[in-house]
Design a protein around this ligand. Structure first.
Ligand SMILES: Nc1ncnc2c1ncn2[C@@H]1O[C@H](COP(=O)(O)OP(=O)(O)OP(=O)(O)O)[C@@H](O)[C@H]1O
Ligand SMILES: [Mg+2]
Length: 270
């Protein structure tokens, strides 16, 4: 079992504090402020002012897209999944299609990698930079799910930074071999001033590829075979790290799922 640790995020990666203030201003107040701070005569022309406001909105939207983590608000099932991390090393988020499993996993991983825990966070906290893995069934599905959610559209490198890890925190990426647009590793800026590491893995490579490393966390997006799950869990033993599994139960009740369920819950699934 893990115990919650607390750390005060520093401002290194913090979102601009003025944004909420600007967002909440009524348009006429914003206009008045713009006039006050930019007394250029051209701004007295409504057409020029409208253009300036449109440009401002476009820039606001661009910045928000490159800081998805700041606007993440979990649905109730996602919130319960995150909060359970304060007490449990191993967690399973089992839900139907398109209910936000990968989004929840990616958002939590982005928090641990950056140290940017929001005020509402009740889950596990790592005070220092971490080494995490994120994994899917094949190299392609890892690219199309965890990698897409963490970095942005795999095929559009110019949009990396529009996923859960804020653009300003992505220090470096290394390409994976053998899969187009796949990423092998990401170095992430952490609020402590250090750097975290994220590596992408897949189950298809077999258990041997999962041996050796000491990790703070492993994310299984889709259900892993039991031997891979145990190997991933073992990688986190020395650090008192965490393991999360996010998936839709398509294959009925497997050995991994059974480990998380009580007898009554297991009967309900049969
Ligand atoms: N808390 C949230 N706030 C806003 N959008 C969300 C949230 N959670 C999920 N979504 C959106 O819902 C959609 C489905 O999310 P996601 O891909 O995480 O679901 P999933 O359960 O992993 O789906 P699948 O079953 O296909 O694997 C995505 O567009 C995602 O951005
Ligand atoms: Mg998913």
């Amino acid at each position: 079992m893990s115990s919650p640790r607390s750390s005060a995020p520093s401002a290194i990666c913090a979102a601009p504090s003025k944004r909420a203030e600007i967002d909440s201003l009524a348009p006429d107040r914003l206009t008045a402020l713009l006039r006050q701070k930019n007394p250029h005569p051209a701004l007295n022309d409504p057409a020029v002012l409208a253009q300036a406001l449109a440009a401002l909105e476009t820039e606001q939207a661009r910045r928000a897209s490159r800081d998805q983590l700041a606007s993440y608000r979990p649905y109730s099932k996602q919130a319960a999944f995150h909060a359970a991390g304060a007490a449990s090393r191993e967690r399973l988020f089992m839900a139907g299609n398109q209910l936000g499993k990968t989004k929840a996993g990616g958002s939590e991983w982005a928090m641990h990698l950056t140290g940017l825990y929001p005020d509402w966070w009740r889950g596990k906290r790592f005070p220092d930079p971490v080494k995490l893995w994120a994994a899917g069934v094949t190299a392609e599905s890892t690219r199309d799910n965890p990698q897409r959610v963490l970095l942005g559209p795999p095929q559009k490198k110019e949009e990396w930074g529009t996923g859960a890890i804020p653009a300003r925190c992505i220090l470096a990426t290394a390409a994976a071999r053998g899969v187009a647009d796949g990423v092998d590793s990401v170095v992430v800026r952490h609020v402590s001033g250090g750097a975290s590491t994220l590596l992408f893995k897949s189950y298809e490579k077999g258990r041997e590829k999962w041996q050796g490393e000491t990790l703070d966390g492993v994310w299984f997006d889709e259900e892993p075979p039991l031997d891979i799950y145990i190997e991933g869990l073992t990688r986190t033993n020395a650090t008192d790290g965490i393991v999360i599994v996010t998936f839709t139960p398509l294959l009925g009740m497997s050995e991994v799922v059974r480990m998380f369920l009580s007898d009554d819950e297991a009967k309900g699934m049969q």
